[in-house]
Design a binder for this molecule. Structure first.
Ligand code: NAD
Length: 294
């Protein structure tokens, strides 16, 4: 098995499997899943993410509807749209693309989404279900990381995992999933002393920080699995003097790859897995809503 975990290939397999299960669900009389994506403003990165999500919906046989709102939309207007989607029986998943413009209260919008349609898994009810080990909708990026880890390592029980970063969307749910898989979990962050020494003890390192090349080769125990969640746009000067923009992760890939047992590339690692898991969540939501309706 290659030591580079190919998230692009694995995500395609997941999309194909979701497409098969969507057909099975609808043939059994269940609801055909539909994802509503809400995009506020013109942020180019958000526009790209939304385009990719809609493209993957098509690949997975999931219907999608896009709602584009101007960057000066008010909180009541956005709330009204979320309410409308909550009450729309033809919509099973709702995703409000983050970040929202500064005048909008992100937490209030997330809490306004019906938890059974919260395919990002950010609603407090889903956060609570995850942290108490009960079934719910789980954030997509950490789910994708777990699929990759289990694919290459099998049972994760007893392994020591270090998660770098403690955000609500990646670090914390990642730690919760690793704990659920019976890992010993250490969370390190901007205030942690000697992160390198803690990482060197780990069988699994998950980096979710947003700092290019933070994780160095001498942080990694030989043979450890390294999952790079970071997405950083940097400018690189080529040999001919031209400057090009490149996407890199939080891991110094060239230096770490020879030491690691397994490693994810950026791009082509966690990113495509995140979107594939969004499709899995939309299917799960449709399945759960089909049971409620029948
Ligand atoms: P965030 O800014 O919310 O959190 C970053 C975390 O890193 C914080 O908890 C902070 O304590 C920690 N941190 C900051 N500096 C540190 C340092 N020097 N050492 C150790 N920890 C440090 O970011 P986020 O939303 O969790 O995203 C992290 C990265 O992952 C970003 O690059 C983001 O673009 C990327 N991301 C990728 C995907 C994907 O699908 N691949 C999804 C979500 C986020």
């Amino acid at each position: 098995m290659s030591k580079i975990i190919d998230g692009k290939k694995l995500s395609k397999e997941i999309l194909q499997q979701v497409a098969v299960e969507v057909t099975e669900l609808t043939e059994r009389g269940g609801i055909a899943p539909c994802l509503a994506v809400v995009l506020v403003g013109e942020d180019p990165a958000s526009q790209l993410y939304v385009r990719n999500k809609i493209r993957c919906c098509n690949e997975a046989g999931i219907r999608s509807v896009e709602h584009r709102l101007s960057s000066d939309v008010s909180q009541p207007e956005l709330n009204a749209l979320v309410d409308e989607l909550n009450n729309d029986a033809t919509v099973q998943g709702i995703l409000v693309q983050l970040p929202l413009p500064g005048h909008l209260d992100e937490s209030a919008i997330i809490e306004a989404i019906n938890p059974s349609k919260d395919v990002d898994g950010f609603h407090l009810l889903n956060v609570g279900l995850l942290s108490t080990g009960q079934p719910g909708l789980v954030p997509c990026t950490p789910t994708g990381c777990m699929i990759m880890l289990e694919k290459v390592l099998g049972d994760l029980s007893g392994k020591h995992a270090v998660v770098i970063g403690r955000s609500n969307i990646v670090g914390k749910p990642m730690a919760a999933l690793l704990l659920q898989a019976s890992c010993t979990v250490t969370i390190v962050h901007s205030r942690t002393r000697d992160i390198a020494a803690l990482c060197r003890q780990a069988d699994i390192v998950v980096a979710a920080v947003g700092q290019p090349g933070l994780v160095k080769a001498d942080w990694i125990k030989p043979g450890a699995a390294v999952i790079d969640v970071g997405i950083n746009a940097i400018e690189v000067t080529e040999a001919d003097g031209s400057v090009v923009r490149k996407l890199v992760g939080d891991v110094d890939f060239a230096a770490v790859e020879p030491v690691a047992g397994y490693i994810t590339p950026v791009p082509g690692g966690v990113g495509p897995m995140t979107i594939a898991c969004l499709m899995k969540n939309t299917l799960s939501a449709a399945r759960a809503q089909s049971t409620t309706v029948q």
